[in-house]
Design a protein around this ligand. Structure first.
Ligand code: CTP
Ligand code: ZN
Length: 160
């Protein structure tokens, strides 16, 4: 393996500055970075320090996105839901500029309160205070209430 060529992230061509402490979500599919933030419920209004690189050159994919969240270590539960839109993402926990943990996202069995059902007749989208609940399939998600299955349009279900 050629360690001189880290995904176009060599120091002389680093697109997004290193962070001091927090979480780096790397190897996100090109174009999905804003959906990553949406699914994590991060919109910047709480003053979070966020850096985003979109469609940067990568060895593993032609292009990748990268999201850096300063000052916050995301939990495994928080990042697992990312597997629905960024199945190959790597989660790096950073402390004092060093990567102290690196793990992959894992597909959860169930996702609650993150996506909203596209079926307007579904009990989870009505006036009742019913949190959305989707079972995760190999190739999509299924509403636990009305059994609507969504495969390719998951980003459009992200509840912002
Ligand atoms: N990173 C960062 N700030 C730091 C340390 C690392 O933003 N203080 C970023 C790097 O730029 C990289 C990611 O975190 O995008 C993972 O860092 P590292 O494990 O050093 O890079 P690679 O070996 O290229 O990672 P991988 O093998 O997962 O591709
Ligand atoms: Zn439903």
């Amino acid at each position: 393996e050629n360690h001189d060529h880290h995904d176009g992230q060599d120091d002389h061509e680093l697109r997004v500055s290193k962070i001091r402490s927090g979480t780096v979500i790397d190897h996100v599919r090109g174009g999905q970075a804003l959906n990553v933030l949406a699914i994590l419920g991060i919109d910047g209004t709480d003053g979070e320090e966020i850096s985003i690189g979109m469609n940067v050159p990568s060895d593993r994919f032609a292009r990748k996105d990268i999201v850096k969240v300063e000052g916050r270590e995301l939990s495994q539960d928080e990042v697992d839901v990312l597997s629905l839109i960024a199945p190959d993402a790597t989660i790096n926990i950073i402390r004092e500029y060093e990567v102290v943990e690196k793990h992959r996202v894992e597909r959860p069995d169930v996702v609650e309160g993150v996506l909203s059902c596209p079926n307007s007749a579904c009990i989870s989208t009505g006036d009742e205070p019913v949190a959305s609940r989707f079972e995760v399939l190999d190739d999509g998600v299924r509403c636990a209430y009305c059994e609507t299955i969504v495969r390719d349009e998951i980003p459009s279900l992200i509840d912002t």
